[in-house]
Design a protein around this ligand. Sequence first.
Ligand code: XIL
Length: 347
Amino acid sequence: MLPEGARADEAVPRLREIGMRKNLLVGSAVSYRELQQPAFTNLLEEQASIVVPENEMKWQIIHPEPDRYDFTRGDALVTFAQEHGQKVRGHNLCWHNQLPRWFGEMATPQNAADLLRQHIAKVAGHYAGRIHSWDVVNEAVRVEDGRPDGLRNSQWLQLLGPDYIGIAYRAAAQADPKALLTYNDYDIEQDGAKFDAKRAAVLHLLQRMREQQIPIQALGLQSHLHAAPELPDWTALHRFMEAVEKLGLDIFVTELDINDSKLTGDPGERDQMVAEWYGSYLRNVLQHRSVKAVLTWGLTDHDSWLNSPNQRHTDRPLRPLPFDADLKPKPAFYAMVKAISEAPARA
Ligand code: XIL
């Protein structure tokens, strides 16, 4: 219930303002479809100081044919953000997923470096000066693929070997010297052997990039977390973040959501637990002043990728985000408010 006399929009705190007091950017991924819905865009405008297109800048959408780029959907978000004083993350320039079909048919070891350079020159060039940070290479590490360097055995690796990473970052630096160039990956945050191995391999990659003087300014912790009844103590994550800071990199929380598929209880109980995870995770990562931005992967449970048919592994809808399907704030939202309010200010 709202306090008497309160207007609905006054009762809900605004994360973008709370974050601003801490020099912290706060926001979420947005889809083109959501951008057409006024109720959604009102909420986005109130809550976010930074946004990222969920799919609209990926190769598949922005580069549908070898000689054709389509900036319509990406531009729509950048224009919205500029009109509302929000920063924009670019996502992404080089990834093994969501590549257009033509790429697989056309790319060879001989032409792949040029295809990558041209794509980045065109896309990062198109948005130059308007992007806070680019996820230049996304998810390049996959320990399970068994390589000593931990790199994923992706199409890019098969075409170009590990050099594709330097090629991508150098092209991005040239096309948009103002954007903070980011390496973005998942399964870095939690406890356990799988995560230890991922952290070690990602750190190794970042160290190699530094040695090779590849331009990079930040690490993106995707933060797709899986809630369990016990909260982690995040010790291994703290050590990892300190090592990343020693390399002189900023850290962004880029895709936060908390998967409740392993939790039991009614939706209210699960929401409480998910909120505890939000609070615990953010309280811990925000102790690090290197963390300059926090973005969730979507704002509302209704539009979460975890509820798309190819992702969901339970028979009930998941509740991973700060707002519910009716755009009402959930306990997770208030956990974000509290953690950010209590966080130390960034430089
Ligand atoms: C996801 C989108 O949310 C989905 O809509 C799409 O079908 C697949 O990609 N890591 C990333 C994001 O870096 O780009 C992914 O986004 C989620 C995992």
